[in-house]
Each structure stands twice: as C-alpha cells, then as structure tokens.
Write a new protein. Structure first.
Length: 253
C-alpha cells in the first residue's frame, strides 16, 4: 500500500510539472525556443514514431543482452568471493576501479576494438549492470542465517547444495534489488555505447543534436527515459511476486 501511495504521489507531481511546463513554455516560448512544450514533444513522438521505434528496438536488444550478461557475470563473481574470501580482498578494489571509469570513456575504445555493431553497446550495458549485481549478490549470499548454514554442514551438504538451498534463496531480495538498478543502467549504457555508432537511441540523440532537431532530441530522450523506468517497474513487480518475504513485498520500500 505504501508503494502504491508513493507512485500515486509521484504521478500527481509529474502531471503538475508537465502542466506548469506547458503553461510556462507558452508564456516564454519566444525567449527560450530550445525547450519545447510537452505538447510539442508528444507531437514529435508521433511524427518520428518510425525512426524512434527502429532505433529503440536495437537499443532494447543491446540492453537486454547487457543486463543478462552483466548480471550473470556479477553473480559468478559474487559466488567466487563468498567461496574464497581472500580473492575478494585481492580483487574488490580492482573491480571498484574499473567501475569508476566513465562509460563515455570506455565506449570509444570498445568501438575501436569491435567496430560498429551491437557488440560495443552491449558490453557497455553489461559493465553498467555488473557492479551493482556483484556487490548486492555478495551481500545477499552472505545474508544466509548461521543456523541454516550449520544445519547444511551437519547434513554434510556440498558447497553447491548449500548455495542452491540456503545462500541462493537468502540472496534473492538482493539480486532483485540489483536487477531493479541494472535495468535502467543497461539502457543508459547501451545508449552511451551507441553515441558514436550508426544506429540506436544513442545515435538518434547524437544525430538530432548535431542537426539541431530539438523536438526529435526531446522526444527520443522522453522515450528512452520511459523505457528505463519501465525496466525498473518490471523488476519491481517481479520482486513482489518472487520475493514474498522481502521489504518491497511487505510495502516497506
């Protein structure tokens, strides 16, 4: 219920901002022509629906591939860290350093290495998802109760059985939280990776900017934002369904 009320308030505030934006644009349009009204942006979305969709489709593919690959790699690294803690002490700072490199600096290098195509944007999207998953999954795998771990040791369970039956379920709320963060991050990463390419939302944004197509630029930005938000909401719903004992399912977040 708390979550529903929160989204209701957010929607009301958003509608209010859009209405005020529309009124303000009509009053000062001559002085600030580079900020189109919401109605103009909506019209641009309709007019440019075909190129937006064609480029968005590629971005969605790259984002999905990046989210899956980055999340799986993050899960694998988390499992290694939990199994061999000494490796975490040795490699964690390296992972933080890699995560600190701006994506806009990584994208051109990957473009040189892999050329124009889906590979470079997919890798950038995967990098954007990797760190949140590695950190959250590591915490989640260690969140298993000591009594459950003691029981598995008493039953002479293997490491794999312990991971699947105790550590895995305990980490699920943390993994879902990482996916909620990773879905918008994947869209952002793919968009950045497409900035110097020949297709995708990032390319469309760059093309609209250099050609001074202000309404197309804003329309593409709004669509990309909507897609990123939809990814977050998708995993929020999945979290409530799959993690019934988690804080989101109880309405705490």
């Amino acid at each position: 219920m708390k979550g529903a009320r929160g989204w209701t308030v957010t929607l009301i505030v958003l509608v209010g901002v859009v209405v005020l934006w529309e009124i303000a644009e009509r009053l000062v349009a001559a002085r600030f022509p580079l900020v189109p009204a919401p109605s103009a942006i909506g019209g641009a979305i309709v007019r440019f629906a075909t190129p937006i969709w064609l480029n968005l489709r590629l971005t969605l593919i790259e984002s999905a591939l990046g989210l899956v690959s980055g999340s799986l790699l993050g899960l694998a690294v988390a499992a290694v860290f939990v199994r061999w803690p000494r490796l975490e002490r040795s490699l964690y700072n390296l992972i933080v350093t890699i995560h600190s490199i701006p994506l806009v600096a990584v994208a051109p290098i990957l473009l040189i290495w892999f050329g124009v195509g889906i590979t470079a944007p997919t890798i950038v999207a995967g990098l954007a998802c990797f760190f949140p998953m590695a950190v959250n999954a590591t915490r989640g795998l260690r969140a298993a109760s000591a009594s459950s771990l003691d029981l598995m040791r008493a039953l002479d369970a293997s490491q794999i059985q312990t991971f699947l039956r105790v550590r895995g379920p305990a980490s699920l709320p943390y993994v879902m939280a990482a996916l909620k963060l990773g879905a918008p991050a994947a869209v952002l990463g793919a968009t950045v990776g497409e900035w110097l390419g020949t297709a995708g939302v990032g390319y469309l944004l760059f093309s609209a900017m250099v050609n001074f197509q202000v309404e197309l630029l804003w329309a593409t930005m709004v669509i990309a934002t909507g897609v990123a938000l939809a990814g977050y909401l998708l995993f929020s719903v999945a979290e409530r369904v799959l993690v019934a004992w988690g804080p989101s399912a109880r309405g705490e977040t």
